[in-house]
Structures are given as structure tokens and as C-alpha cells.
Design a protein around this ligand. Sequence first.
Ligand SMILES: O=C(O)C(=O)Cc1ccccc1
Length: 289
Amino acid sequence: MAKKEWEKRIAFLGPEGTFTELATKELFPNDWTIPFKSIPECIEAVDAGQVDLAVVPVENALEGSVPLTIDYLFHEADLFISAEVLTPIEQNLMVHKNNVEKYEEIESVYSHPHALAQCHKYLYYHFKSVPLSQSSSTAAAAQFVAENPELCVAAIANVAAAEQYDLQIVQKNIHDFHFNHTRFFVLSKRNDRIERDEDKQQIKTTLMIKLPSDRSGALHQVLSVFAWRQINLSKIESRPLKTGLGDYFFIVELLEDENAPLMRGAMEELRTLGCSVKSLGSYYTYHQK
Ligand SMILES: O=C(O)C(=O)Cc1ccccc1
């Protein structure tokens, strides 16, 4: 496909039909979207300049963070968040059209680990002894089911994937909790934010903070830096530093612009306290309709 001059190249977790693709198309309906097989491949593509942006899942309302994304951003890449997209997630059980009649006898259910977990109760009550198989994405599971009609297996994926791979949905909306949303980050090598005035919302900044080792009260001090400036935290989470048990870094999300004087002061104070601070930038939230 020839690249048009005005298009941005945007990597997304593929293949076609993932929730990530739906989120990508929401924000970039007219750009050149390119599927990659895994989250690290999306991140590497933008890091290497092969694409302009990458869209990857980062957190689900039911299952929590996608550790691969968080850890890759901390340990492997030097990227910024240009925007986040919030997408409602509806999961469906689908089979090859040849297997619709016998779908209750499926021998395995394929999907992304988050999707399998989001349907845990449904699978427990309806397919208790059926083995679950993890795929790199929901659409990869749908593609596998489409390419193996001789296997009596099902995928959990969205309606777009059922259409893309010509599968039949046999059970709609099988996720266990009604409020099932996923956050996606739009990643860039440049620290610029995507601005679409119509649905621009609260600005947010994501910091990755490493505490000075073995000092009592260090986390309390970090939180105080934001507290007395009345900078609101919308998230705090720890992840292993991978250097030893008990060593962590913190992901802190703040409802303020990194360029605001109070935030600049906060970051400076954190460094004075011996923390290492990496800002992934400030960005707006977009809601998928
Ligand atoms: O596998 C997908 O379709 C993805 O985009 C990742 C994902 C998986 C489960 C819920 C939300 C996003």
C-alpha cells in the first residue's frame, strides 16, 4: 500500500480486529494503521522510528495493569505518552461456522489472558473442564479458530473480529462485570500531546519513580511532595525493579500538566530527596463511543 503524505504510520497490537485496533481507529480514522504481533513489537517499532506512533493496552478495569506494557516502558524504551483512549470492552464467544451446532462440545477456548480472565465466571459455569489457551490478542485467537475448522474450539473476542474472520458468535456479552473498560496508551518518541478540542478532557501526567534505597518513610515523602501542592493522584502502582525481591519502582499518575510550575517544583523536590524520576509526559484522555 502506498503511503499518503498526510498520513501518520501507527502501530497497533494486531492482527486486524483487536480492541487495540478499535481504539486506534477511534483516534486516527484517517491514518495508516499497521498491525504488529505483540506489545514489545509495537513499542520497538516506534522506538526504532519505523512508525510515528504505537497504540498498546495498558490497564483494564477488571484485570488491572498490562505488566508487559508498563515494564517495557520502564526497562526497555524511552517513549512518551501522547494520549490515552478509554474503550468499553464487550466479549463474545465465537466458533467456526462449521461448528455452530456443536459449540457446547468445544475442546478449548482461545483468547488473550485478560479476555479469558474477564469471562472467568462465564467459563467456570458453562465450560468448567474445558482447557483455556492463551493467545497474543483476542483477534489472534479468532484468526486461529478461523484457520482450524477441523478443531472444535472457540475464541473470545469482539464483534469486529467475528466479522473479520467470518466466525459465528454463539454467546454475546460474556464478560463477568458490566463496567469493563480498557485504557490504551498512544506512544511517541516525541513529547507532544494529541489535541482534539471536541472531547479533550482533564490533563494527566505519568511519572515512573524509583525511591532511594532503604530509607524509612521514602514513599510517604514522595506522596507528601504532591499532597501539600494539592496535586491529585489518579493512580499509584508498584512494579518489580527486577534487581531483587523487594525492589520496586512506582508508576504515579497525576491530574496536572508536567509543565505547571507546581509540577516542576514537585519533580525537582523528588530528585532532591534522592528519587530518580522519569516523566512519560502529559496527555489527554479520549473516550471511544
Ligand atoms: O487482544 C486484544 O484485542 C487487545 O487489544 C488487548 C486486550 C485484550 C483484552 C481486553 C482488552 C484489550
